[in-house]
Design a binder for this molecule. Structure first.
Ligand SMILES: Cc1cc2nc3c(=O)[nH]c(=O)nc-3n(C[C@H](O)[C@H](O)[C@H](O)COP(=O)(O)O)c2cc1C
Length: 312
């Protein structure tokens, strides 16, 4: 079944964040306002030689539609084999190419952000995905450049290679995750192509989302770290709210908790503690609550403690 992404009104995407955007987290943001979700980056080689662990990493929640799997790689044979492996999996709506990862291990394989140093090769990879994929969408997630900013060249290279849409993180590889995000550079990329372009980088509130839309001219936004500990940011932006009601926060926290237990079983109770530590920030008697939940092992008692605390 084909699930179209309606870019005409602008969409909100959850960014891929390795180690953070697991299935329970993605399903919660999807339920409360994100329009599309991405898997964490998966290496093309890992998909090619398909371990059970790799396939578990890309398992989606039934709520996640449209759902995009992101792959990282450089070698065209591995990319093709990875795409063929994904073709056998239903429920994936698109394949995204990682052209932004700054980690040395990925760079040394000429993948991730190092593709921005060789745009003709990046284009060949995109074309390989597009040729072999049976999914509706082919996309790329890029930065502004490797060491220097070349946003228009990158956007145009992606467009002419045939991507259906792209996401742009407003920093170079050299800027890592800390340099100031250059929204004007994203605006230049936006103006240089016709395909939908999703702006990404440091969107942490409803007001900032409006500001980024205005500065970049992009009506679609992607949020990563701004959603960690704050998954209601999508609900806020969708509903144009500066503040979120406490009842909604309780609903979202409970939904996340239930999804964790469904996905991880009993282990989900313990893993969820770290989320509760963040969610409780700013609430009255948060440190007593943290202390209490650190000692709860039983799932029903944990749920009750959450209800009592967030209903305050
Ligand atoms: C811990 C962490 C993991 C990330 N994992 C990925 C990834 O797997 N794929 C990817 O394209 N980008 C990844 N990114 C980059 C984010 O998707 C995003 O582009 C970047 O964090 C800027 O957006 P933000 O300020 O909204 O977080 C990661 C970033 C962080 C901090």
């Amino acid at each position: 079944m084909i699930h179209e992404i309606d870019f005409s009104k602008g969409i909100l995407a959850l960014a891929p964040l390795a180690g953070f955007t697991d299935l329970p987290f993605r399903s919660v943001v999807k339920k409360f306002g994100a329009d599309i979700t991405f898997s964490e980056m998966i290496s093309a080689n890992a998909l090619r030689y398909g371990s059970e662990k790799t396939f578990k990493m890309i398992t989606k929640s039934p709520l996640e539609t449209p759902y995009i799997v992101q792959i990282a790689g450089s070698d065209l044979v591995s990319i093709k084999e990875a795409v063929l492996a994904l073709n056998d999996i239903e429920g994936i709506d698109g394949i995204d190419l990682n052209c932004g990862c700054p980690v040395p291990k990925i760079i040394s394989q000429e993948a991730g952000s190092s593709l921005l140093l060789n745009l003709p090769h990046m284009q060949k990879i995109i074309e390989t995905i597009k040729t072999h994929s049976n999914k509706r969408y082919t996309s790329a997630k890029v930065r502004l450049g490797f060491a220097t900013k070349i946003p228009e060249e990158i956007a145009q290279a992606c467009e002419s290679a045939g991507v259906d849409f792209m996401s742009m993180h407003g920093r170079t590889r050299a800027g890592a995750y800390k340099a100031e995000v250059d929204y004007q550079a994203i605006a230049r990329a936006r103006a240089s192509v016709k395909i939908p372009l999703i702006a990404n980088g440091d969107i942490t509130s409803y007001e900032k989302a409006l500001h980024v839309k205005e500065l970049t001219g992009c009506n679609s936004l992607m949020i990563g770290r701004g959603a960690v500990g704050n998954p209601w940011i999508f609900y806020q932006i969708k509903n144009e709210l500066v503040h979120v009601e406490k009842t909604k926060i309780l609903e979202i926290v409970l939904e996340h908790y239930d999804a964790m237990v469904d996905f991880y079983g009993e282990k989900g109770i313990a893993i969820f503690r770290k989320h509760l530590h963040t969610y409780s920030k700013g609430f009255r008697e948060a440190s007593e609550f943290r202390d209490k939940i650190n000692r709860i092992e039983d799932g029903t008692l944990m749920r009750e403690a959450i209800e009592n605390f967030f209903a305050q």
